[in-house]
Design a protein around this ligand. Sequence first.
Ligand code: C2E
Ligand code: MG
Ligand code: MG
Length: 684
Amino acid sequence: MGSEKLRILLVDDDKDDYIIARDILSEIERVKYDLHWESTYKNALRVLSENQFDICLFDYRLGEKTGLELLREAIKSGYKGPIIILTGQGDYEIDNEVIKAGASDYLVKGQISSSLLERSIRHALERKRIEEALVTAKDYAENLINSSIDMIIATNIDRMITEFNPAAQKVFGYSKCDVLHKPIHLLFANHEVWQDINKKIEQEKVFLGEVVKKKKSGEIFHSYLSASILRDSKGQDVGIIGISRDITIQKRLGEQMLYNAYHDSLTDLPNRNYFMNYLEKTITYTRMNKSNLFAVFFLDIDRFKIINDSLGHTIGDKLLISIAERLKECLRCNDIVARFGGDEFVLLLDNIKDVACTKAIAEKILKRLKEPFCLDGHTVFTSASIGIVLHGEYYDRPEDILRDADIVMYRVKENGRSNYAMFDKKMHFHAVKVLQLEEDMQKAIVNNEFKIYYQPIVSLADDNIVGFESLIRWEHPRRGLVSPEEFIPLAEETGMIESIGSWVIKEALSQNNIWYNSGYLHLYVSVNVSARQFRNRNLTELIQRILDETGMNMRNFYLEITESTAMEDMNRCVKILKELRDIGIKIMLDDFGTGFSSINNLRFLPVDGIKIDLSLTRDIATNSDAATIARAIINMAHGLNKKVIAEGVETEAQIKFLRSHNCDMVQGYFFSKPKPAHELIRLL
Ligand code: C2E
Ligand code: MG
Ligand code: MG
């Protein structure tokens, strides 16, 4: 008992007994108390209602009433403390009855000692404290369950519902009475769902995961459930308790996000991610099922940018949506149409019969897209270019298929649009080769794999070497010497020609300087420039910069441009050639006789000479037509005051012919093949 004073109410109609009780109490040393005595039932109830007592001692006999009646009335009117009943004589029946009615103890007055009373009071108070704690704990638990925003549902061992909190009532639409003592499976989407969960709980004692449940209305919803076995204080299984939360919204949100990640928001078609995943699966499937044939169509709308810019983005968007619709119409339902952004659509046609069938679909699409579109009162005409990759078996990676389909699509565009073309096996291997070559060429620059060979040019007047044409060689580490005919066009296409070209010019200039400084004052060096290099206005600037940076002089330096390069844009060509000549460079027109230039054009070109192409030289001694043309070219060039070199001279007969027709110079294997500079000293 604590240090607080205990407030005790004693109700006894006998004053002597009160005095005895008071005396006994006063002997209890450990208890400090305030004793209040009442002698009647009525007064007792009154003081109880007006005051707070920690403990009551009621005499069993209270005139016409009994202590038992007072006890019942006191409890009824809200008294919560312990009550001890005192009596004159012990009576087993009464003892039982008062304890049942809520008394803490039943003491016989004659036998009461101070220690007995003290113990009785102490035990009564302690029991009361425990009871109160239990009630508090129970209230607390109930509160928790009732105020939880999660659904809390419990069952007994027979899986009948025993707890169904307000959150559960709200979600399911059942009241507690509706479901109490009903089987739990009633709350799940179907009996199997529940059986699976129950099995798991029985085996693993817990269940954690998503489950589908059913509301009173029959509506199905998703919830996250954590359930476990419920045990009593002895550890016995008594049921199941489950806590769950409605995750319908999250689930819908997640599904929406997933959908967005794989679809194009404008047309609602699958997007690149979706397509690539699907294509990868199709490739894998085809690898195992060799007979499967699938096709990938890369489709680009012709002139879409013009439509978009002239009619506005709204119409542009509507056009894309309508195109998406038409494309879907043209395909089977398990084919895939994806939009990769812009005006690019990509189609996957799986399990197709043959090439003819693929072509038929391509034609159908092209025809359908050519039909006019009516958009906001505008009639819009369009068409498409389609690149097709068939025979997916050659591919391991979806990106490669797309790359090749894209390549063919561009080829279609180049060839006039509004058509389709197929990427065939040959193209595939060529593409692979080109790609490899391109990669190697990058390395070649860094690794100094490019070399320059020089081929002598001989004057027919005195049979002396008058100059050299520089010809690039690639010493490929694996493939050996690679011909410029193979890699120059590729270098052109990729733009690498810029760096390769300026390296060649620098090398040739430097060789030119070396020969000059060795006493060969009149030797010239010529360098070939390709169309792309030539179109680049900076050619003059580039050469000037090389001279400035290296401090070299430029003497007898020639550039060779082909006849076809010169004819691409005559006016511009004339302008550039003039600039080049202004800084002292001489110009040769290469491969003359192969292009389609009218001889008349030669009048306007500021060139110093022409080189008769080797295809013509080859035949001059054996074919009279070739001879006539060659003769005409030489005469005409001389008439315009230009020098003539014949390329590819291999025989005595050719030399004889050329000499007799006053050709100025010759170049060819007859004299020497192109060689590295150090091997040429002997010749000089
Ligand atoms: P091109 O300028 O017409 O060069 C002449 C080609 O004829 C050279 O081939 C040369 O080796 C070859 N040739 C010379 N004499 C004979 C002969 O008697 N018989 C036969 N059958 N062929 C002969 P090459 O070196 O393979 O060069 C091919 C083409 O590559 C050149 O034709 C030129 O257009 C281009 N090229 C070479 N080097 C360069 C360069 O540094 N830059 C650029 N842009 N193009 C180059
Ligand atoms: Mg040349
Ligand atoms: Mg040539």
